[in-house]
Write a protein that binds this ligand. Sequence first.
Ligand code: ZN
Length: 503
Amino acid sequence: MMRRIISVFSVGPWLNIGSRKITTETRRTLRNQSLIVPLLFALIVSAASLMMAQRRKTTVDLIIRGGTVVTMDGTRRVIEDGGVAVKGGRIVAVSKTADIDRNYAAPEVVNANGKVIVPGLINGHTHVPMTLFRGIADDLDLQEWLTKYIFPAEAKNVTEDFVRVGTRLGLAEMIRSGTTTYCDMYYFEDAIADETFKAGMRGVLGETVIDFPVADNKTYEEGLAYVERFVKKWQGNALIVPAIAPHAPYTVSEDHLKAARSFSDRTGAPIVTHIEETKREVDDSIKAKGASPIVYLNRIGFLNNRVIAAHVVWPSEEELGLLKQLGVGIVHNPQSNMKLASGVAPVPEMLRNDLPVGLGTDGAASNNDLNLWEEMDTAAKLHKVISRDPKVVSAQEAFEMATIRGARALHLDNEIGSIEKGKRADLVIVDLDALNQTPYYNIYSDLVYATKAGDVRTVIIEGRVIMRDRRLLTLNEEAIKVDARRYRERIIRSVGVKTLPED
Ligand SMILES: [Zn+2]
């Protein structure tokens, strides 16, 4: 074999020589030729071994390489110059870029050099179509805001089309700011699921059931029938987790709450609800039912580890113990709670006791945006000032609440919330060189206190690139804004919103 290779590569130069006399020049050429032969041989061998190595590489769908990977895994590993390999919507490897390059090949490679790769953010509580009510009524307390403005505006405007337009607006805003999963509670949730799925985003989506006629259902029974169809349709979908959402213990009767719980028992669907958002809710409950909402809900057998409770601003120490024991997920909405002056949830105690507490924006009418970077920053600072202790809710804990702890709050921590082998590939690439991020020393500090939503560059959900270099790939931003402004005119006419400051 060796001789054959040599002979093949040695023939060429001889051809030119023909029958000429061998001169000194020719001899020198021959000496050089004899060096070329082993050189060529070595080249062939290394090319062959390179091909063999290529063949040993596992082919995946997508590789992200060269970034600082903030994994949020059990040991909170941060990998400098790291990468992630993705196949079939799931993460198959997280390692140093050199390891990823050595072992994996993919048709799509995203370079994250000089950037940070984080788990997709989780917005644990919102009412996504309410983006169309952004700024409709500000600077009011919850009861006045809800009964004088929101409920009447909803009664006059909410249709399936309204919900679709508002959902697309909210999805675009969330994807732009690096949110990959959100937990929702609204009406026409089937249309919300449809828009969410089309946009390629992940959602735990709860159809609201409530004891008064609403846009999509006139009675609680109609609402339950809707949820039955909705859950059946979406259960098992890779992106959508359909849920039932009894609005709150003060808007849904005991029998109806029990019906929601047995529906959840039968189908496995999560229960999304609001609990103890205001002091008034607690006082009214004690007056009417002889117990605070959490004690009452436990007494009627409503709470368990499929419940996702938004707010929980006013729990006692015993109630927190109860929530922990029952495995209830909690979603803290600092900006909404501040804006409606609802109070300050005991988040440092929740963290100290390792409760599953995530972060949410709440609807855009009480926030007024869907930006989790602001929620992280606010959560960390609000609890410091209220407890007069700068050590509570560290930057790392705030980041945990928007990722892995938020996943626990939604009972999805086996699937999302961290960058780990086997989990769904929900990944966000964030710039690290904006002026507001420069210089950086501690990655969590930079992410929570300095990074802005506009620093998010690329968003991947279920292994699919949804936003690339700040360009949304599944939603048309201009069309969304046109549609939203059209609704603005209609809403102004329907409830007489003041659009200019008074003289
Ligand atoms: Zn809410």
